[in-house]
Design a protein around this ligand. Structure first.
Ligand SMILES: NC(=O)c1ccc[n+]([C@@H]2O[C@H](COP(=O)([O-])OP(=O)(O)OC[C@H]3O[C@@H](n4cnc5c(N)ncnc54)[C@H](O)[C@@H]3O)[C@@H](O)[C@H]2O)c1
Ligand SMILES: *[C@@H]1O[C@H](CO)[C@@H](O)[C@H](O)[C@H]1NC(C)=O
Ligand SMILES: *[C@@H]1O[C@H](CO)[C@@H](O)[C@H](O)[C@H]1NC(C)=O
Ligand SMILES: *[C@@H]1O[C@H](CO)[C@@H](O)[C@H](O)[C@H]1NC(C)=O
Length: 393
């Protein structure tokens, strides 16, 4: 054979080699990452990196938690089906944390056990923060099955997937609604739990399932019972934006802002003859920034084989009247207030004893100036008249 043809042969063999190496590389990349190569990091545990699954991460509290985790260099996977959350919140996070291996969003329904199992099979989670739920007391009395399904049954799905895939740590979003109407204030973690509505009952059942299961495994569990959550990111990147159809079930801060923006004519305060200082109901308002701090501390302090249960509140009760005054000052709008008779099922006073979480996790609420928290939230509300815009794009 002459030199030329030998060279050609070598060239040809070289090209085949390059082509097959490239093919192998591409197959390898695509097998790891169905969507883009930026998801390569998620299927593997990495020493020094804690990968947290944030369910409900497109929602109000979950998005704030994801922001905080990302800022603290955690790896985050958000799973949400946008039934109540906003893709806009996820987009804000994606823009802030675009590096490969920082954040991925998976659109899925937690009621779909097969889909959930697939997510756990394809990702190496170190911990789960389970926020996803439906969360309106009034709605829960009208549609109890929606609550037992999307709270209790979905928590079971998550637990089963965690067990099957040996995920070691769970931080669970619970609520003061699991206590019902206690005789004694403030509420401590050992106050008897006697929930009085399907929302509180569904959360209590989830807690029971988690606690029973934890006795049989080495899972590290933290159950956080939040009081009334308010506020938003002090840097104005995220806010609270419930879908418009949920307004009627809404919480007091949303209603105040809607009144200030003229979306609703004014505020209706139900009940002025409660046995409280000014006759209106008293609640414990916890700023979302403090709440998210509590989650990070809970994650850092979770111990295998142990269940930690903590109230997350300020320990201070604020009356509805006080709240409305703070909201008027924060918004600068003289919101019209109408006083009506009591709403059935409301209780006079609810506030926490936050000493356990202070003593054990060194957590205390810092954003306890109601008007300040509302001012921050109002700034976002004012500049996001339509929330995040259309909620699923
Ligand atoms: N907001 C409060 O004052 C408060 C108080 C106590 C406890 N909590 C608890 O905190 C958690 C978060 O509440 P939030 O106020 O952020 O609510 P949210 O409605 O803003 O967020 C919940 C998120 O979960 C998602 N979700 C719901 N069902 C789902 C499903 N089947 N599959 C996938 N995603 C689903 C929704 O799309 C939404 O993004 C809830 O568990 C709630 O019970 C909230
Ligand atoms: C979200 O999940 C629920 C089940 O929990 C399902 O009924 C609903 O259709 C889903 N919503 C979307 C937008 O996928
Ligand atoms: C919750 O469960 C019900 C079924 O009981 C379903 O119709 C609904 O879409 C689910 N999801 C939400 C977010 O309500
Ligand atoms: C407790 O928290 C405070 C404020 O975050 C911090 O300055 C202090 O060092 C913490 N103490 C311990 C023992 O971790």
């Amino acid at each position: 054979m002459d030199i030329v043809s030998a060279n050609r042969k070598r060239n040809f063999a070289g090209r085949i080699l390059v082509a097959s190496v490239l093919t192998a590389v591409f197959i390898f990349m695509f097998s790891l990452s169905p969507d883009s190569n930026s998801t390569k990091a998620f299927p593997r545990h990495e020493p020094g990196v804690t990968h947290v699954l944030v369910t409900g991460g497109a929602g109000y509290i979950g998005s704030h938690a994801a922001l905080r985790l990302l800022k603290d260099s955690y790896r985050v996977t958000i799973v949400d089906n946008l039934s109540r959350g906003n893709m806009g919140a996820v987009k804000v996070l994606q823009e802030l944390f675009p590096q490969p291996g920082q954040l991925q969003f998976i659109y899925a329904d937690l009621g779909d056990a097969k889909a959930v199992n697939k997510i756990f099979a394809e990702n190496a989670f170190d911990a789960v923060m389970h926020f996803a739920a439906v969360a309106y007391v009034g709605e829960s009395t009208l549609e109890p099955l929606r609550y037992y399904h999307n709270i209790t049954s979905n928590t079971l799905v998550i637990l089963e997937a965690m067990a099957a895939h040996k995920v070691k740590t769970l931080i669970y979003s619970s609520t003061c609604a699991t206590y019902g109407e206690p005789d004694k204030m403030p509420i401590t973690e050992s106050t008897p739990q006697k929930p009085i509505n399907p929302y509180g009952k569904a959360k209590k059942m989830s807690e029971d399932i988690i606690i029973d299961f934890s006795k049989t495994t080495n899972m590290a569990v933290m159950i956080l019972r939040y009081f009334n959550v308010i506020g938003s990111d002090p840097e104005g990147r995220l806010g609270e934006a419930p879908h418009p159809e949920l307004r009627e079930h809404g919480r007091i801060s949303g209603a105040c802002f809607d009144a200030a923006r003229g979306i609703i004519p004014g505020l209706k305060i139900r009940g002025t003859d409660y046995n409280t200082a000014d006759g209106t109901c008293v609640r414990d308002y916890i700023d979302v920034t403090d709440l998210v701090d509590a989650h990070v501390l809970a994650l850092a302090n979770a111990k295998p084989g142990k269940v930690g249960i903590y109230n997350v509140g300020t320990g201070k009760g604020r009356s509805v009247k006080e709240f409305v005054e703070a909201c008027k000052k924060a918004t600068g709008v003289n919101i019209k207030v109408e006083y009506l008779s009591r709403r059935p099922g409301d209780y006079a006073e609810v506030y926490s004893d936050p000493s356990k979480i202070r003593d054990e996790l060194n957590w205390t609420a810092r954003f306890t100036y109601l008007q300040g928290s509302l001012q921050i939230a109002w700034r976002w509300q004012k500049t996001h008249i339509n929330g995040y815009g259309s909620h699923n794009n």
